[in-house]
Design a protein around this ligand. Structure first.
Ligand code: NAI
Length: 464
């Protein structure tokens, strides 16, 4: 029931808490469909992705890649005079990053205005099932979308809190804002964030060590992706130590256990990148249902146990990726609008923006049923364009359903894997087959030809 205490002006069809990739896309979609929409953001529009994640990291990684090209210039017949006479300007790299972020943040503001959604900057808290309080005012939402995202997971180990205060332990946000390039960087966690920062700082001249808890980095990905990326990162000078158990830190001495021995490592900066945890604080007063792993239970429409409250993006702990949040936003708003759109979140691609890039979608080889599926693989060195580019590291691995020829998984290491995977995503979404991929003319020469080539190989090997 609507509260009489709340002014009519403060009644909204939809209140969205959080203005990140989930929240702002939901605001745009709802506003464009004439829902009276309010979006509340407490830090900066665009959320972690735009301000402290995807975009700033990719901007700095691009600087690192340019540096990489300069170092490799001789392979392209270019001599840098005076033996590598170029220098790094960390401050200018930071300014470039800020410019990109600022431009995108103002773009998001414009999107929200253009959709006629109202934006309030402040710390929102749900005080009851329909009422949200921000900056001392109460707002009633017929429907509510929770899109409050996630925070880096911290390690609760001796000395870590003190070392964080001293700036020795850092998280991914701090790693983007260091006032100088560190001499040494120790990365705890060999996942996506750890790998991207390890490569960035290694290229900038930092001595980088990755300490991984399990027996390999990127353990959730295809085994060959982990193995090849280990080789590539090691060849760039990154030291990778697996099966470590982090114990404690005392000032600049980090202790970990390896093969039953305690190792004491002198550190400069230690990046902790061991996953992220959802931010539940804005709705802690609301009695939602959580599963045994403390994840909000949502149905296929992203509705929580209270039907008018939706949870999207990192909060659902499905895949903590901006493009998953975008998709969730569309699904939730379409459901609110009563649109009969089938739940289409078939598979989501994921990408690691190293060079070469890593991209992955669908089932991995170790989980496939060999009676029903098969694998076809091809190295990037097969392609003329990769040779011309001098970027031959990597491969494509496609997993196909034997009976139908449909793609059920694809794993790529390639210079432009982030773009290649989109063709596979479209093929999977539209249930295209390996025959369709072979029938499709791919431009020559191009990196995308690898998809045509691997599909053709699958055809010859399995559908004669
Ligand atoms: P992650 O889950 O990708 O990787 C964490 C790694 O830390 C795992 O390999 C795990 O085995 C290891 N680990 C966990 N506890 C450890 C311990 N005590 N000691 C040593 N190793 C330990 O998490 P990450 O890299 O922090 O990223 C967080 C989220 O952000 C992910 O969901 C990721 O998908 C997302 N993200 C995506 C990006 C992209 O799409 N390019 C970029 C950055 C983040």
């Amino acid at each position: 029931m609507k509260s009489k205490l709340i002014e009519e002006a403060n009644h909204y069809d939809l209140i969205i808490i959080g203005g990140g990739p989930g929240g702002y896309v939901a605001a745009e979609h709802a506003g464009k469909h004439n829902l009276k929409t309010l979006v509340i953001e407490k830090e900066s529009l665009g959320g972690v992705c735009l301000n402290k994640g995807c975009i700033p990291t990719k901007t700095l990684l691009k600087s690192a890649k340019v540096l990489h090209y300069l170092k490799e210039a001789k392979h392209y017949g270019i001599n840098i005079e005076g033996n590598n006479e170029f220098s790094l300007d960390w401050k200018a790299m930071q300014e470039n990053k800020k410019e990109v972020v600022d431009k995108l943040v103002s773009g998001v503001k414009f999107i929200i205005q253009n959709a006629k959604a109202k934006l309030i900057e402040g710390n929102a808290a749900m005080v009851s099932d329909h009422i949200v309080e921000v900056n001392g005012e109460k707002y009633y939402g017929e429907k509510i979308i929770l899109a409050t995202g996630s925070l880096p997971r911290e390690l609760d180990l001796p000395g870590f809190k003190e070392a964080k205060t001293k700036g020795i332990i850092i998280d991914s946000t701090d790693a983007l804002e260091l006032n100088k390039i560190p001499k040494k960087l120790t990365v705890i966690g060999g996942g996506v964030i750890g790998i991207e920062f390890a490569l960035l700082y290694c290229e900038l001249g930092t001595e980088v060590t990755i300490l991984q808890g399990l027996d390999r980095i990127l353990e959730v990905l295809d085994n060959e992706i982990s193995k090849t990326m280990t080789q590539i990162l090691t060849s760039k000078g990154i030291k990778i130590i697996t099966n470590v158990k982090i114990k404690s830190i005392n000032d600049k001495t980090l202790s970990y256990e390896l093969d039953g021995k305690i190792i004491e490592k002198n550190v400069d900066k230690v990046l902790v990148s061991v996953g992220r945890v959802p931010r539940y604080d804005a709705f802690k007063k609301i009695d939602l249902v959580y599963d045994e792993r403390n994840r909000i239970v949502v149905n296929k429409n992203l509705q929580t146990s209270k039907g008018h409250i939706y949870a999207i993006g990192d909060l659902t702990q499905k895949l903590m990726l901006a493009h998953v949040a975008y998709k969730h936003a569309m699904i939730a708003v379409d459901h609110i609008l009563g649109k009969d759109i089938p739940y289409h979140l078939v598979e989501s691609p994921s990408v690691i923006y190293t060079y070469p890039e890593v991209a992955s979608i669908g089932i991995i080889e170790r989980d496939m049923n060999p009676n029903e599926s098969f694998v076809t693989k091809m190295p990037m060195s097969h392609l003329g364009k990769a040779l011309a580019d001098h970027e031959t590291d990597g491969f494509i691995k496609m997993i196909l359903d034997k009976k139908t020829g449909r793609i059920i998984g694809c794993h790529i290491i390639a210079s432009t894997a982030s773009d290649l995977i989109s063709e596979i995503a479209v093929a999977m979404q539209s249930e295209a087959t390996v025959f369709d991929l072979v029938a499709t003319i791919h431009p020559h020469p191009s990196i995308s030809e690898i998809i045509y080539e691997v599909a053709k190989k699958a055809l010859y090997e399995n559908y004669k």
